[in-house]
Design a protein around this ligand. Structure first.
Ligand code: HOZ
Length: 426
């Protein structure tokens, strides 16, 4: 029963466009009403009708330790008691910066912002300032937030709603954005041949916003070579995969080292945070050291830094954590695959650390075109039926799922059992 959520959604729509503050949450692509959440407890969400769901969204990634983790909450509360924001330097910023620099080989210096969108927007400006060039290359299906020049053939919510770009984005602002096909190096080569000057190539090295689609190692190697040949920067957008695919993000899976990295989600432990970092000579182009301007009143605010520090330190202190999380995610997708097979439903599955994805698709998915061939109607039916049984998956075929540390093997077994029933009915 979602009676109170139905009422809450109607009321919200009177005052908030679509009743939500981020489009995908409105459940438009899966139908029905989004449960309004009252609280989270570890691996579970509880809605305002008191329904309890095993949560495979975990705030779209940040909550690797689940909801209301005690240590993270304590650090937030203790820090908040000393003040919420100062707009002045604090020790916490340097502490979190050190942790990130220590883990990411490609990062000598890092700057904190408030969201992944802001991180990417700033990294692109820095790349343009550093190279003195205007053009950028992005990939179909990779989502880098909703800033103007990146909202072209984006995945995630934009793919869900079939709005590859958006009204309100002037053509002049996207004319410097060249599009290439994920995992297809020839399409990138063409961009370099056509452009008068490419500042950077940006990609999610483990794409999570067209569903979960990892880049192939040879493709990344070739990208690195092309960037070096043409003097362009390579940017890894690890807002989603950072501290989720592994402690070092995509660097756990590839030998390719990017020039800049963007981060978010887990580094805020559930608070709004983004960051971008890279080689010292590039980062020193940022104001006040250099001429590239970037700023923010709430950037590096102490409460978010404290939450992020608590999360990263917890991750670092538990060497077996990603192995355990990957085991859970693998058990889940193996179970889903078997359930699908026994119901003759075609399903493609993928895991990277604590991230997992599944496509209702006949063929393997290597790029956005492949992802778009998925049966989104079947996904919608699967999603609704699983929700009724108390399992909360991301409400779009083009999003990634996440496991968290409070999840137990029994929770996964229970989910697979439910999926077995549902697959037969969709
Ligand atoms: N499409 C976003 C995650 N990839 C959704 C975020 C949200 O709605 O909170």
């Amino acid at each position: 029963m979602l009676n109170r959520s139905v009422e809450a959604f109607k009321e919200a729509q009177k005052y908030i466009p679509g009743g939500v503050d981020s489009p995908v949450r409105a459940f438009k692509s899966v139908g029905g009403v989004p449960p309004f959440i009252d609280r989270g407890e570890g691996a579970f969400l509880i809605d305002i009708d008191s329904n309890r769901y095993l949560d495979f969204v975990q705030s779209w990634g940040p909550l690797i330790f689940g909801h209301s983790d005690e240590e993270i909450l304590n650090s937030v509360v203790e820090t908040a008691k000393k003040g919420l924001s100062f707009g002045a330097p604090t020790l916490l910023e340097t502490e979190l910066a050190k942790e990130i620099v220590d883990l990411f080989e490609s990062i000598d210096k890092v700057r904190f912002v408030n969201s992944g969108t802001e991180a990417v927007m700033s990294a692109i400006r820095l790349a343009r300032g550093y190279t003195g060039r205007d053009d950028i290359v992005k990939f179909e299906g990779c989502y880098h937030g909703h800033s103007d020049s990146l909202l072209v053939q984006a995945g995630s919510g934009a793919a869900t709603f079939g709005n590859p770009s958006s009204p309100g984005v002037p053509a002049d602002l996207t004319r410097h954005t060249l599009l290439a096909k994920y995992n297809d190096i020839e399409s990138v080569r063409r961009c370099f041949e056509q452009s008068e000057g490419i500042a950077c190539v940006i990609l999610e090295p483990i794409a999570g916003n067209m569903g979960l689609v990892p880049a192939k190692e040879e493709f990344l190697q070739e990208l690195r070579r092309l960037c070096d040949q043409y003097g362009a920067l390579l940017i890894f957008d690890e807002v989603m995969s950072g501290f989720r695919a592994g402690l070092k993000g995509a660097q756990e899976y590839t030998a390719v080292v990017p020039d800049l990295v963007t981060l978010g989600k887990v580094i805020g432990g559930g608070m709004p945070v983004g960051a971008f970092g890279g080689r010292e000579e590039i980062m020193n182009m940022l104001s006040p050291e250099g001429p590239v301007y970037q700023a923010g009143t709430l950037s590096g605010n102490p409460v978010a830094m404290a939450a992020g520090l608590a999360a990263i330190r917890k991750l670092k202190s538990d060497p077996g954590i990603f192995e355990r999380l990957e085991k859970l995610a693998t058990a889940l997708i193996k179970g889903l695959k078997e359930a699908a097979e026994s119901a003759s439903v075609p399903l493609q599955v993928e895991v990277r650390g604590s991230m997992f994805g599944f496509f209702f698709n006949e063929n393997s998915v290597e790029n956005f075109d492949d992802a778009l061939k998925s049966d989104t109607k079947r996904f919608a039916r699967f999603h609704s039926e699983m929700l009724k049984k108390g399992v909360y998956f991301a409400c779009s075929q083009f999003e990634t799922g996440f496991v968290c540390t409070p999840m137990r093997e029994e929770d996964i077994e229970d989910t697979v059992e439910k999926a077995n029933e549902v697959m037969k009915s969709i």
